[in-house]
Ligand binder design. Sequence first.
Ligand SMILES: [Zn+2]
Ligand SMILES: [Zn+2]
Length: 508
Amino acid sequence: MEQTIHWADVVAKEALTKGDTHIVATGITPSGNIHIGNMREVVTADAVYRALIDNGGKADLIYIADTFDPLRKVYPFLDESYQEHVGKPLSEIPCPCSEHSNYAQHFLEPFFHSLDKLDIHPRVILADELYKEGAFIDAIKTALIKRDEIANIIETVSSRTIDPEWSPFNPICSNCGRLTTTKVTGFDTNSQTVDYTCLCGSTGTVSMQGGGKLTWRVDWPARWPILGVTIEPFGKDHASAGGSYDTGKRISDEIYHYQAPHPIIYEWIMLKGKGAMSSSTGVTISISDMLKIVPPEVLRYLIIRSKPEKHIEFDPGLPLLNLIDEYDNLSDDPDESQNIRGYQLSQTKADESAKIPFKHMVTAIQIADHSFDYLMTVLQRGGYDVTDMENIRQRADNAQNWLTTFAPPMVKFTISKDLPPETRNFTTQQREALRILSGKMSEYKDAQAVHDGIYSLAREMDISPKKMFTTIYQSILGTKSGPRVGYFLVSMDRDFIVERFKEASSHT
Ligand SMILES: [Zn+2]
Ligand SMILES: [Zn+2]
């Protein structure tokens, strides 16, 4: 089959025709848990960054945290006491747990930890620091001087009506700390100050160095030349006609004389049955929670295998298990795969993980009754190399967490300590099958042999394979279904199985 070029390489190759050095920017407003929906942006940016380098370019990946944005409202996860902080910059608000330096850091810290696991290592830029260092002073002066031109661009492009008192700059009131309640009444480019009045009743003068910030539609294009951004992924909300990219592009061209970055517009990740994920609707799974369940390279693969413009439906139930298998199979045989490039771009440093199929791990953990020590024995019985304890533990933790959070009931089981009562109702034929099987168990060397042995016994006895399986599951679990029988039986203690089959064959 003909190999199509991966979307990240398409973007990289196109960008490299314009220049060989690129700055790929990504970022977010850390107003709440940074969830898997947001992760699409940063993984998309990282894939392009890697593709630029793989295609012979020079590139830098930067992550801009919009820490100087105001808190919009008291989100459902916040205490009512946050009412007094609405309108203040996130960097100036206390953190909800009192263990971080501010509100923004509270949400950024676990996110950066997750990025590290995902093998994404951007240069982090905090917007509040940029403003406080004075990096925006010239951009603020230009915006204030060209206020009317900017207002005209926004009105023309977005069909919004701009208030006569609108200013591209929002001073932070030195009395109440808010930047959403102030109005600019004057400015002085020599002293680099802005005068304001505030709804709280106070008036004052702030410095252009950290005394306020540009409004979003101006802030975004203003940062492009400051940081030298050439490529930037963003969600389709910013990409709508008349949206902030459209106005930003013109403001960048006409006000700041800088070519807007190459856009990569991405679609949402939908959580199956719950709709689009967003931190304001509460439909979220944080990335750190997700990494407790999904191996990081698989989380990357979820995003990288789809083109950015395709929406991703993410089902953390059984389909997640299939996704992990799909990735594992690619890694077993990447040469055979159509999607080798998606696999390469998804790899993380820790990717040389124990190649124990996730489905087997889910079964093994339950056989081991959730004990890690016993799990090692179970895995060895299944023929796996268990020397890489750290990676096995990581994968075992993923599987265990998946079992307790998203696993459907059909994959869960418990080995019955006592002979299940269902075995009393076994037919003579079922009992005979178990009796024969108990004698043959010691002959089977591995899962495949067990599987083949059961099929040939079924044929000899003229009993359906399904009936054989049901008989086995009922003897061990007391249920009609269970995990794939070959691996299941081979992973358990052989003496226990032999004894159980004997008991079940004579249970009255
Ligand atoms: Zn905190
Ligand atoms: Zn005020």
